[in-house]
Write a protein that binds this ligand. Structure first.
Ligand code: CAO
Length: 576
């Protein structure tokens, strides 16, 4: 075994930077130049690759550690592996043995760090940072990319200013990114942007023009010279024809990358690898919520976002712009008008709030179900006078047990009897087949502060009304507290949505796919009913049954409701 300690190479002034990602683990066989860790300051994020190939035997750092040049990263068994790669000047390619060599060429990291105040607050060396000594008002001035070492031909991924913008010294102008690092290039001067000389996708190197400033003043050379002993870098020449007559060409001075704690513009907080992954997958990173430290977007966040979009529970802004709010991905219809874009604030004061996670998920599901299922709703009334008397008596008898029976528990039992009699209501469509279920898991809509949830009472046919009531109250409590597990909301055969405790007469509930029917119930009321001789006061329960016309016919729905009504009127029929 030939053990080799891999250390952080010369990264200039970039000291005490935080390790935010470990990209390898013990046992991993790595190639030379393979990225080992991602480090990040408030100025830049970058990956530090291996200078040699081998098998990782031990990690010497963990996430959150602060590292500087020379900090050990890991131990590598290099036996049989290829020799360390040639030093090309990039940090990724600097062999550890040469890391401290004074003649080491400038690296991406060192350029980035040295051109900017370092994470630890030390002053930037003027080799890259010191601008021309001009501080008086002058102009126009062309701001160019400073000396960023070997960091050539890097892509511009963001342009943060436009003509007419007033910029301050050190204000970020553009963001550049390689596959190893991303950083912002700030202005060396204050002034008004006359012309932006780059666009997204352009490749820039040292000396590439960035913007032309008018009335420029106050070059970013304020770093204490005492902390910057190296000779000032020569002003890079602008490419021929880039600067107009009378323009001064100056390099940008500071070189901070995106600011994770206070992001400016739209650049999300993520490492270069994650940005690359997002680009490959077409994920709009600025729409992904970061779960990492300081809101940094992780690989899991990107994967979860993709999963959400694929399942229809998440919509990208682009999808939302093409479809009404809550529409499932791919649920738009060609030829349909776009969702109205209204500036509501024009008409009066407004407040904007994000939809809750549950509302987004249930909204997307409801919209899909509403659009894809041909719904019909049958309304009916059930005489529950005797059942209500029995319910009240049962509650009195069970007062001490703490279990309260509401009409919903009886409705669950009555529905099971109807599902047994009309099995096509306990079904799902699966391609060109109907799946008839021989189990009876009944969902009930629960109103929660965050939105609608549908917990499921499993095997309700095997449970009594008291047990169903108890389970329902536990599940409803969990739903309100946001503690329902996915299992507690899955497997439903038929759902009941009861607004009985609130009010109303009838409504048209939306079927909870892949179920094929849902029963809506409103508040019971005493009404006069003709018994053949006289009007009698009877407690009537309004029922609204929505059903999927692909599976169920109107006659069957009318029979289902009628049968349900018979059972609710005389529960002894359940025994027949
Ligand atoms: N008629 C008259 N009164 C009724 C009734 C009905 N159909 N159903 C319930 N009630 C009464 C109850 O008996 C109870 O009365 P007391 O307080 O005097 O005992 C009161 O209304 C409150 O009942 P509840 O709502 O607490 O209990 P429940 O079992 O009826 O419902 C639950 C539980 C979780 C389903 C309910 O709280 C809920 O969230 N309902 C809203 C569902 C919803 O949002 N549906 C719409 C979805 S869109 O399709």
């Amino acid at each position: 075994m030939a053990l080799m300690e891999i250390k952080v190479p010369d990264i200039g002034d970039f000291k005490d930077v935080e390790v935010i990602e470990l990209l390898v683990k013990p046992g991993d066989r790595i190639k030379a130049e393979q990225s080992l860790v991602t480090v990040e300051s408030d100025k830049a994020s970058m990956e530090i690759p291996s200078s040699a190939a081998g098998v990782v035997t031990e990690m010497r750092i963990k996430i959150g550690d602060k590292v500087s040049e020379g900090s050990p990263l890991l131990m590598l068994d290099t036996e049989g592996a290829s020799a360390p790669v040639e030093d090309t000047g990039m940090p990724v390619k600097v062999p550890p043995s040469e890391l401290s060599a004074p003649a080491a060429p400038a690296t991406l990291a060192s350029a980035a760090a040295s051109a900017a105040p370092s994470a630890g607050g030390s002053a930037p060396p003027p080799a890259q940072a010191a601008p021309p000594a001009s501080t008086g008002r002058a102009g126009p001035v062309e701001v160019v990319v400073p000396d960023i070492g070997d960091f050539a031909d890097v892509a511009v991924i963001e342009v943060m200013v436009k003509p007419g913008d007033t910029v301050k010294v050190e204000q970020s102008l553009i963001t550049v990114e390689s596959d190893k690092a991303s950083m912002e290039i700030p202005s060396s001067h204050a002034g008004v942007v006359k012309e932006v000389r780059v666009k997204i996708g352009d490749k820039v190197s040292k000396g590439s023009p960035v913007v032309l400033l008018e009335g420029a003043s106050g070059a970013a050379g304020a770093a204490p010279p005492a902390a910057a002993p190296a000779p000032a870098a020569p002003t890079p020449a602008a490419p021929a024809g880039a600067a107009g007559a009378g323009e001064k060409t100056v390099p940008t001075a500071a070189l901070p990358a995106h600011e994770p704690t206070a992001p400016k513009g739209a650049l999300p907080h993520a490492s270069p690898t994650i940005r690359k992954l997002a680009r490959e997958l077409g994920v709009p990173l600025d729409e992904v919520k970061g779960s990492g430290p300081k809101g940094r977007i992780t690989q899991e966040d990107v994967q979860a976002f993709v999963r959400g979009v694929m399942s229809g529970s998440t919509q990208t802004r682009a999808q939302a712009a093409r479809a009404p709010a809550g529409a499932a991905a791919g649920g738009t219809f060609p030829g349909l008008l776009a969702w109205p874009q209204v500036d509501f604030a024009k008409f009066g004061p407004v407040e904007r709030k994000d939809l809750s996670r549950i509302k987004k998920i249930s909204g997307a599901n409801l919209h899909r179900n509403w659009v894809l299922i041909p719904h019909v709703t049958n309304h009916d009334d059930a005489d529950i006078t005797d059942l209500e008397a029995f319910r009240v008596a049962t509650n009195k008898e069970n007062e001490k047990s703490g279990v309260k029976v509401t009409m919903l528990a009886f409705l669950i039992k009555a529905s099971i009897a109807a599902l047994k009699k009309f099995p096509e209501f306990n079904a799902s469509i699966d391609g060109e087949q109907i799946v008839l279920k021989q189990y009876f898991h009944i969902g009930f809509a629960a109103d929660t502060p965050n939105g609608l949830m549908v917990p499921v009472i499993k095997d309700a046919d095997k449970k009594g009304v008291l047990q169903i009531s108890q389970e329902m109250s536990e599940l409803a409590k969990k739903a309100r507290e946001g503690k329902l597990s996915p299992t507690e909301m899955s497997g439903g055969c038929f759902s009941i949505s009861s607004l009985g405790g609130i009010g109303g007469r009838y409504f048209t509930p939306i079927i909870n796919a892949p179920e094929v029917a849902i029963l809506g119930v409103c508040k019971s009321a005493t009404e006069p009913r003709w018994d053949g001789k006289a009007f009698q006061p009877r407690l009537m329960l309004p029922l609204s049954l929505s059903w999927d016309h692909r599976v169920i016919d109107g006659a069957a729905a009318a029979r289902f409701n009628a049968y349900l009504g018979q059972i609710l009127a005389d529960f002894r029929r359940v025994l027949l």
